[in-house]
Write a protein that binds this ligand. Sequence first.
Ligand SMILES: Cc1ncc(COP(=O)(O)O)c(C=O)c1O
Length: 386
Amino acid sequence: MTPSDEERAQVLRRQFPVLRRLAYLNAGTNGPLPEVVRAAVEESLRHQYRRGRIGREAFREHQAAGERVRELASRLLGADPAELALTHHTTEGMNIAAWGLPWRQGDRVLTTDQEHPGGLLPLAGLRRRLGVEVDFLQAADLAAEPAGAVEAAITPRTRLLAFSHVSYRTGEVLPAAAMIRAAHGRGVPALVDGAQAVGAIPVDMAELGADFYALPGQKWLCGPEGTGLLYVNRRQLPHLRQTFLGYLSIRDLDEAGEFLPQEGARRYEVGFLFQPSLAGLAAALELFLDQVGPAWAYRRIVALREEARRLLGGPGVEFLTPPEAAGILSFRVKGLDPGEAVAALEKKKVLIRSIERPSCLRVAAGYYNSQQDLERLADGLAALRR
Ligand SMILES: Cc1ncc(COP(=O)(O)O)c(C=O)c1O
């Protein structure tokens, strides 16, 4: 970590009062809330409270809040705002995309052995309700030969490749672009769970080529919870069906219930979101795009991860995170139960999490974390081992 990066991080840390109190090392669940997000949420709520929530102006403001989020997120992702639907979280985006395909019994979906329940459960739901079969790729095979592994696993009944861009367990960055190209070569679209990627590593829709990409607001972007987005590539808009329909998903509705969908990905939005959440997410995106910068955040996050590896390493410590990783560092410590260690560290105001399968500890340091945060973690673990 260079001194100038450390200085810049120190300036940005002022946005996060909670960092004065806690070694907050779990962006993978919820990032800390920045001051600008608190202010935007409070201001929006106060405005609604004072002025009321009805009338044409209020409606326009609500629409504008959504447009602002779409516009900022499109800059972050290299997408068109019309390709973005507002959601409440990654899981909702994964469900919208998974349930929107024209499944038939006996169709197959291809996924990996690294999936979070938020990505796996929509597929498990398809299996249970519609008789869709779920096939699993092994991350180790993908790392060795991404295109070959995908091609070998695709059958004539495979209708979707659905996988995490970054493993929530180990932080491994999956070879997403090569996997997607291989799937496309066989006429199979790709749905990507970007929960541990966006805000941690640079993510560009054109480079990736994904058909669908779901992401959260509350993790590495430090937005409010209850916020997220689903990217739907414009070529998929005519094909991805609307599973849920509501006032916001249509342009026109007649007495008989015939309707015209919204033109873009807004067709997958059903009803109004909480306006202060949208204001908060917009503030988080502005902070990230204009003051932090995705490229700098990535460099900083990788440097912190490797510094954590250096500080925590030693006899009895086994790292599960490979070199090609995003912001997560997973490890086991001989003699320490991960769940108990997390609880004991929390008492010392050091926040990380444990993972069940494989049983390990997980550190997820954001750009705002410092050398001291990592040292507090290392000291805390050393004390537990004594
Ligand atoms: C890879 C992955 N997918 C999905 C989720 C669920 O995210 P959300 O709460 O935004 O639905 C998580 C949360 O930790 C995750 O790590």
